[in-house]
Design a protein around this ligand. Structure first.
Ligand SMILES: Cc1cc2nc3c(=O)[nH]c(=O)nc-3n(C[C@H](O)[C@H](O)[C@H](O)COP(=O)(O)OP(=O)(O)OC[C@H]3O[C@@H](n4cnc5c(N)ncnc54)[C@H](O)[C@@H]3O)c2cc1C
Length: 407
């Protein structure tokens, strides 16, 4: 776009094409389709929208989880920039890339979160993480390779070390990864003709309960189902250090392993470290009720990188896809309201339920019902609900982006 032409327009830039960003950008394009003086931009370091909540399935080779951006933006007046954001100057209203920059009138920050290693020695160097498509592919290849090596390994101890898969962090992601590993190990032992008795999956959690925010009853159900799948759960145990061959635990135990996946927590990218944009816990951007960054009313933050507060509980809204989606819709409405001279709407998170998939056709969770009631479920019904939630996101994307369909 020529400089003169660029300067005539108002530019709304959304950075991050994850759950929050893609929702915001598609809704903005729909609402502003008749406003020719506005140009909408989407920036992401990848050329696809990643279905991050299904990454654990990609890590065991079960599912495609990337939707090309071009499919989603087809016939929309949205300019896509395949760029990694290096820094943001909120005073000059400029985003800096490796090479080049982009000026904005409104900015929506939806950069997600990344793995927090908490400074634990060796973790960053030796652990597998699960935050990108490449991570999922690396884990998948590594497991297949270890199974193949185990098949021709005559020495029992070395064979068992190859087949000991350890997951650190018993939150939602860790539990889903451990469950998928359990299924994969069964398949791998059949495919490569290794004895199932040689394989072991261990889930390590520092607290007393898995996925603690779901409450003790659901947490107990998750533990029971995982144990039935052959996962050894070590709760109340901290990871102290990791090398290429072993993990040291707070229980004075050292476990030999070639596969350690760390899912113990997230924090926000260093992009906001200059402190111009104010951040709070875990580096999340502090926002007001309308999801605008404190001090910068033309900058909005949504999803994992935003510290939105629940006005009812006074607590931060958790990092979860369902909240990123809600916030994506709301900022689009709020920017549209601003442009059309209306007032913004405050954010009130709606928790419709949570489902933790435990591999195969098994899931555990709860769902809100009218009149403040809720139901909990375990088993096949749960997996149907989980599949329906994932399907709903795809259907909404398809609706917003017309004609596109998933292979
Ligand atoms: C394995 C796994 C399972 C999960 N399961 C669930 C679940 O069942 N339910 C649930 O609610 N949540 C789940 N979550 C959490 C959920 O995925 C996140 O809360 C959600 O993705 C947050 O959405 P977001 O839009 O804030 O960020 P993201 O979806 O992470 O998107 C961020 C985007 O920003 C881009 N980006 C990042 N940095 C840069 C940069 N510097 N420059 C340019 N682009 C950049 C990324 O490429 C990405 O496209 C799971 C997470 C994982 C890893």
């Amino acid at each position: 776009m020529k400089k003169q032409q660029y300067e005539k327009l108002r530019h709304i830039v959304v950075v991050g094409a994850g759950y929050g960003g893609i929702t915001a950008v598609l809704r903005l394009a729909k609402k502003l389709r008749h406003q020719n003086e506005v140009q909408i931009h989407l920036v992401d370091k990848n050329s696809y929208h990643l279905l991050k909540t299904q990454l654990h399935e990609a890590a065991v080779g079960k599912r495609e989880v990337a939707i090309p951006i071009e499919h989603l933006l087809r016939r929309r007046r949205i300019l896509f920039h395949l760029e990694k954001v290096k820094s943001i100057d909120p005073d000059q209203q400029i985003i800096h890339f490796q090479k080049g920059h982009l000026a904005f009138d409104f900015l929506v920050l939806a950069l997600g979160s990344k793995t927090n290693f908490y400074g634990i020695p060796g973790l960053k160097e030796h652990a597998f993480t699960l935050e990108t498509l490449t991570d999922a592919q690396r884990i998948h290849e590594h497991i297949a390779r270890n199974c193949a090596l185990a098949a021709s390994e005559p020495e029992s101890k070395r064979r068992k070390n190859l087949l000991r898969f350890i997951v650190g962090g018993g939150g939602l992601t860790g539990v889903e990864v451990a469950a998928e590993f359990a299924d994969l190990v069964v398949k791998c032992t059949i495919d490569y003709r290794v004895s199932l008795a040689d394989a072991e999956i261990v889930l390590i959690e520092a607290g007393q309960h898995l996925v603690p925010h779901l409450g003790e009853a659901l947490s107990a159900k998750i533990s029971k189902e995982l144990s039935a799948k052959g996962v050894s759960i070590m709760s109340g145990t901290k990871v102290l250090a990791l090398t290429a061959d072993a993990v040291t635990l707070s229980s004075n135990m050292t476990l030999e392993t070639k596969t350690f996946v760390w899912t113990g927590g997230v924090h926000i990218a260093d992009i906001f470290q200059d402190k111009k944009i104010k951040t709070g816990r875990l580096g999340r951007i502090r926002v007001d009720a309308c999801l605008r960054a404190e001090n910068y009313p033309f900058i909005y933050a949504i999803g994992d990188n935003a510290l939105a507060m629940n006005p009812e509980t006074g607590q931060p809204v958790p990092t979860a896809a369902q909240f990123a989606l809600q916030q994506g819709r709301l900022v689009a409405d709020n920017i549209y309201a601003y442009i059309t001279g209306k007032s913004c709407k405050p954010y009130a998170p709606r928790v419709i339920g949570e489902v933790v998939s435990l591999g195969g056709h098994l899931a555990v969770g709860w769902m809100a019902l009218p009149l403040l009631k809720k139901i909990t479920f375990v088993g096949f019904l749960g997996s149907l609900i989980k599949a329906a939630i994932q399907r709903k996101h795809i259907l909404l994307l398809r609706k917003e982006s017309r004609n596109w369909s998933m292979r």
